[in-house]
Design a binder for this molecule. Structure first.
Ligand code: MRU
Length: 347
């Protein structure tokens, strides 16, 4: 299992994803501020991993606090929640995880708990989220494997793998489960400009598992689809609105439109914590704009002329009508998504 992040006695240990695939190095976070920096700088990324990291950041805040009781820790806890909530705006798992930790803390406050109890309880909640995330990925894999071809090629965009979760992955979990069942799948991994999550991370983790993988530049999928060389698409999500619109890595929308044009199924794999019933449609999903330097430079080398205008939205929204199915740990949702999401929410 790829150790994306891990709670240890000394702090939270993160595999530094900015250095993959050439260097496998780790960063230790001992405070909420460390975790916030690690999320902002993409040492850890991917919606489910960001959520669990934030929860662990809150557990670290409790660990290092000198407050004697929950009541005296409350102001600092609230500041930590705000700090971590300010790291990345699109992945709703971040806010879902912080809200879950807030509910646990509210109970501790009501009980007038000691800080020893606060520390133990926040740590156990964060670690439970970690375990639940892996279990959800495994369940998505079991449901999604049925939808993958017995033999063929599957395109994915960005990295929705073990590295984007606490292990196994969402979209890549579906592929892993299909391969474990004996399906013969060759993965096409979009390189995913500008941060290259596909070229660096998806390729790295699939190769580690011995799953045949070919990296494509983002502009190649259309031509391969026209030639009949891609049989299915499976991607992850950062936030799914109540109507089934999907925010995911920039470029996903283009892939979905191409898949529709070529009659190729387009699946989204995401845990229930990625579904945001409070956001009615994709138009209301906040899209993170990342620093221009990610586009202007590569490996420290400048690619664009000084002073040229740059856009760097990290995500786009795929309207629900392009989505063949949403693979969750509770089963596969189909259109109309407003209804299937509402029904699944009560499970
Ligand atoms: O900017 P990133 O690397 O955090 O974006 C990640 C994605 O877009 C993933 O597809 C998404 O978070 C799902 S991860 C299981």
């Amino acid at each position: 299992m790829i150790p994306t992040l891990e709670w240890t006695q000394n702090g939270v240990r993160f595999l530094d994803q900015t250095r993959l695939p050439l260097e496998e190095t780790y960063v230790l976070a001992t405070s909420d501020q460390d975790v916030a920096n690690i999320i902002t700088t993409m040492v850890v990324r991917g919606a489910p991993a960001i959520g669990v990291s934030a929860a662990m950041g809150l557990a670290l805040a409790a660990k290092s606090s000198t407050a004697p009781t929950a009541a005296e820790f409350a102001v600092a806890f609230s500041a930590s929640c705000n700090l971590l909530a300010g790291t990345r705006p699109t992945a709703v798992n971040l806010f879902w995880a912080i809200d879950r930790m807030k509910r646990v803390f509210a109970q501790l406050q009501e009980q007038n708990a000691s800080m020893a109890a606060v520390r133990a309880r926040l740590e156990s909640e964060a670690r439970a989220m970690y375990d639940e995330d892996i279990a959800a990925c495994r369940a998505m894999g079991a449901f999604g494997a049925d939808l993958m071809p017995e033999q063929g090629t599957v395109l994915t965009h960005c990295n929705a793998g073990a590295l984007a979760t606490c292990g196994y992955g969402t979209a890549l979990g579906v592929i892993r489960a299909a391969v474990e069942r004996g399906k013969r799948i060759h993965v096409f991994a979009d390189e995913t400009r500008p941060f290259l999550q596909g070229a660096r991370l998806t390729a790295w983790e699939l190769m580690a598992d011995g799953i045949p993988t070919t990296v494509l530049c983002d502009n190649m999928a259309a031509s391969l689809m026209r030639q009949g060389k891609i049989h299915a698409v499976v991607v992850g999500a950062d936030r799914i609105a109540a109507n089934g619109d999907v925010a995911n890595k920039i470029g996903t929308y283009g892939v979905a439109v191409l898949a529709r044009e070529h009659g190729i199924p387009f699946y989204v794999a995401a845990p229930w914590s990625t579904i945001d019933p409070a956001t009615a449609t994709g138009d209301a999903i906040p899209i993170e704009e990342r620093p221009a330097v990610e586009v202007t430079h590569h490996g420290g080398r400048q690619l664009t002329p000084h002073g040229v205008g740059i856009r760097n939205p990290a995500f786009d929204v795929t309207p629900a009508r392009y989505v063949t199915g949403i693979i969750t740990e509770r089963g596969v949702l189909h259109a109309p998504y407003g209804e299937s999401i509402a029904a699944g929410a009560t499970q």
